[in-house]
Design a protein around this ligand. Sequence first.
Ligand SMILES: Nc1nc2c(ncn2[C@@H]2O[C@H](COP(=O)(O)OP(=O)(O)OP(=O)(O)O)[C@@H](O)[C@H]2O)c(=O)[nH]1
Length: 808
Amino acid sequence: MSSSEFLPRGLVRQTAPVVETASDSGYGGSEGVPEAMGEILAGNGGNETNRAQWASNVQQLYYNQNRVALGRSINRTVETLKEFQQMNAKWPAHYPSVRQSEPEHTIHRSNTSNVIDLTREAPRPGTIRRAATTVDDIEAPTTPAAEPRLVTPQIAQDFNVLKLDLKLGALHQNALVHSLEKGSVASLLDGKISQSIKHLHALRERIDDTASKVLVTGDLNAGKSTFCNALLRKKVLPEDQQPCTSIFCEVLDARENNDVEEVHALHKDTPYKKNDESTYDVYTLDQLEDLVIDQEKYAQVKIYIEDVRTIDQSLLRNGVVDIALIDAPGLNLDSIKTTAVFARQEEIDVVVFVVSAENHFTLSAKEFIWNAANEKAYIFIVVNRFDNIRDKERCKRMILDQVASLSPRTRQDASELVHFVSSNAVLDGQDQAKMADFDKLEASLRTFVLEKRARSKLAPAKTYLLNLLEDLHSLGDVNREVTEQELERIRHELENLRPQYEAAIKTRSQVSDDLDKSVEETCGTVYKDTRKTLGMTISKMDEKPVVAYDGLINALSYAEATRAALLAKIQGAVIACEEAARKRTISGVGAINALGLLHLNGDYVEKTFRPELMFNRKRDALARTVQTDIDIFDFFDFDHQEKIAGFGMSFSVAAAVGGHFLGIGSWIDALWKTTSFLGPRTTKKLLVPVILAAAGAGLFIVASDIPNAVPRKMAKKIRKQLEDIDYIHGNAERIAREVRKVLTYPADELKNSFARNVEKKGRETEDLKKSLAESEVARKWFSNLVREVEGISKGVHGVDLEGGPVKA
Ligand SMILES: Nc1nc2c(ncn2[C@@H]2O[C@H](COP(=O)(O)OP(=O)(O)OP(=O)(O)O)[C@@H](O)[C@H]2O)c(=O)[nH]1
């Protein structure tokens, strides 16, 4: 396709109805006949009837060629549209949009309806997005990205067939904005495409339909029914001086009804199906008069009649095309609308307007022709009841002047399109002049119907196809551009993401190792420090006086207080160790959080940590653990006294308590040696006082050592018990375990965050790769679409509505 077929946009758009050139008489019946065919025709003996027959056959041949070509183009377009729908479901197509110009970002509506104009021209370029709309911008007026070359307001405005009209309806604006996500716009487009496919099927049916409909309309009593009967050479439709036709009477060849002459009265609101008698009531031709006069029950009848004329004479049975004549009710205020609507219906190929020569064009007649002129450039005008006119030339002049103002093109071809006749003279066939006028009218009407049929049947399909293909071309172009941008964007994002992903994997394993190491180190240090502190405390707990000694009388309470003080010292050391561990934990958690924030930034949520909750469940119940009952021996430390006082001391204590303890042997030995030295007698005399003195001295020494002995003995006893329960290790283990527990939670969380981060980046990478593949497919598809559309368009452009051969 050459660029001029699409650009500049709008210049080549076909509009219905097709505008004929001034030189087109509307009778190009033989213009498309090739030279060779012309020679054949010329050599045919010059018989006028035969020539006309040949010409119309050739025209029919070309018409069929064009019809087939258009049919194929419709099929290809339908296939393309269906593929578009599939593509649109997978890869929502971009619909070109234009950003709103209003600073307050209001939705622009047309004055007459709640239609949002998505394609409104605006000074600011819009952000390009797939299946995006301007309404997206209403909520988020962000800085627009550069708009692609092809998305211009001009293109957006030029959308015709596939233009999306968004009706607000009951939707609140926010809801509407919400509903206009890319999927929604894609589904709107999908709906438009479905409508388009449906319309193409209808057009296909229409171009395949061999029948042509001729609507005969005009003022009341103008003689429409009489004119139809004259065409049929048979009195079929009731004629009356009073208004009589109250419904549409469609006259068809009885061959279409198995050669049976009858009337089908169509039920209102039920589509007519010839083979389904439930859709109509059957009447005989004789009943027609009663049926059409003042009819309320039916709005339309189909009259099947036998046409007795030969194919070159008959209009209904002309051998080329099946024609149906529709006799419409006379125009009046009630039915003008109906008739105008009927005339606009695409199945009407030709409008024949019957005007009474006596009345000229009434207001209702003028209104009808003005309305019909929107759809039909030419109208066939029958000025009837001409026999009643005395000054015929004046009448002709006046009527032609009126035609000129109503339908200039019809006036230009007045000799073929405006006929002054007397229909009532045809059936009796007496007046040769009037018959000749009517024959001329008939010949013109036949050619007009045949030729206009080509236009009226093929033009809508051609026009619609060209407009649709142009829209598809725009969509293809824009989306190809969008896919290319998308591909570039995705490749760029992938390039950025790849090193991030690799770094995330590396950091995850490194940080994970570091975290494990750091937690282990902290716990190890806490364990060691706790062991050291508790060991020192326990070994030196009795070094300094723990409580004040209040004399022998209070020795027992002294012992109790000493025991409590020693346990409190150990307890204090435990608490100090816990406090030190807490501090280490605080800094450990802080370090973990800092690591998270450093590497994961916003993706890491700092863990809240409450250090005061540490160690509050398993308080060390030392007093319950260490069972230290106080007994008498806790007050005496013979080992210690022996070490520091030697023999004398040992002796006294040993004697006092009956030689139970360590050192008694040496004391007796010493006593024996003294006795030997003093001699038996002296010994005997001295023995008792000495013993008493020694005992007294011993008791004194022992009593005076209680303040020292008690702490030592208690400490010794406690130490022994703590050793038995492996107290130092147990506590160090407990504190380190608590620290580990506290540190493990944020550390694991951080590891999970890293894992999630890696996973996220992996997912992003996969998604991008998927989008890349999809966009790649979409780019190819839209490129193919553009090529395919150009191919179809070329074929459609080649269809010549004048009936000439299909141009390649
Ligand atoms: N003099 C004369 N009378 C005609 C001619 N054509 C029809 N008439 C008469 O005009 C009257 C109305 O004719 P119809 O054919 O019923 O007119 P119509 O336009 O179909 O009428 P409605 O369907 O009621 O709108 C009848 O009495 C016809 O005989 C004609 O050419 N000359």
